[in-house]
Design a protein around this ligand. Structure first.
Ligand SMILES: NC(=O)c1ccc[n+]([C@@H]2O[C@H](COP(=O)([O-])OP(=O)(O)OC[C@H]3O[C@@H](n4cnc5c(N)ncnc54)[C@H](OP(=O)(O)O)[C@@H]3O)[C@@H](O)[C@H]2O)c1
Length: 211
């Protein structure tokens, strides 16, 4: 597989992931909202080496696409164009930013809500449970004794494998899990914002699932 990462959302998460991916040898394309002035300068400064492109070009030319916009903005995106694409849902529902969202129930997985917007996306929940600053400081090379575990949750084994490969390159130990555990990766769950290695993540999620 070629290593072409598409990122939608040139904010804290998008630019941080982009830097890690570029360092790992991936080509990075990023789409911004178009609302901010000087977006090209921001990307040039925060993410040198990435290409700032329109959303449609990012989607068309990438092997994996990360959604890194506020959850409430996801409906602005052309989700139909993401059909059959491997899409990483790195988003969380933050009430102060997103407010109430029709159809998103408290205690439900926000990725189920995103998946329902276009069930043809090969949607994988990942990277939402660590802060953007931790993404950069906790990334470690393959074989390092202190690699952070990061979940890769979907019921599409092929998509999970592709996202696991990306995470491994970014500097994390991927832990492949079913979509049903998605809710335990969110704000009230046991691994949200908490450093765990891969076995620690697996056992924390197993305990949460048994409860
Ligand atoms: N911050 C964290 O530590 C963290 C960690 C894990 C997951 N997350 C989740 O990741 C997502 C992004 O968080 P963030 O902290 O990176 O937020 P952020 O810094 O506010 O960045 C979000 C970016 O998305 C852009 N955007 C909005 N609508 C867009 C559209 N239609 N097309 C393209 N870009 C669009 C925004 O542009 P405008 O400002 O122009 O609207 C902004 O640049 C959120 O869902 C968040 O919950 C955050």
């Amino acid at each position: 597989m070629t290593k072409r990462l598409g990122i939608i959302g040139a904010g804290k998460v998008g630019t941080t992931l982009g830097r890690l991916a570029l360092a790992a040898g991936w080509e990075v394309r990023i789409a911004a909202s178009g609302r901010q002035p000087l977006q090209d300068l921001i990307v040039e400064t925060m993410l040198p080496g990435a290409r700032l492109l329109p959303e449609a070009a990012v989607v068309a030319d990438s092997d994996v696409i990360v959604l890194a916009v506020p959850l409430s903005k996801v409906r602005e995106l052309d989700l139909d164009a993401l059909s059959d694409k491997v899409v990483v849902d790195a988003m969380n529902h933050w009430y102060p930013v997103d407010g109430n969202l029709d159809g998103l129930t408290e205690g439900g997985s926000s990725s189920d809500w995103v998946a329902a917007l276009n069930p043809r996306m090969r949607l994988v929940k990942s990277l939402n449970h660590l802060g953007y600053h931790d993404m950069e400081t906790d990334a470690r090379p393959v074989g390092h004794a202190e690699r952070r575990g990061v979940a890769v949750a979907s019921d599409d084994p092929g998509a999970n494998d592709i996202v696991a490969g990306l995470l491994n390159d970014l500097g994390f130990d991927p832990v492949e899990l079913p979509a049903a555990v998605g809710v335990h990766l969110q704000g009230d769950g046991p691994v949200f914002g908490r450093w765990v290695d891969a076995p620690g993540l697996r056992s924390a999620i197993a305990s949460a699932t048994e409860r």
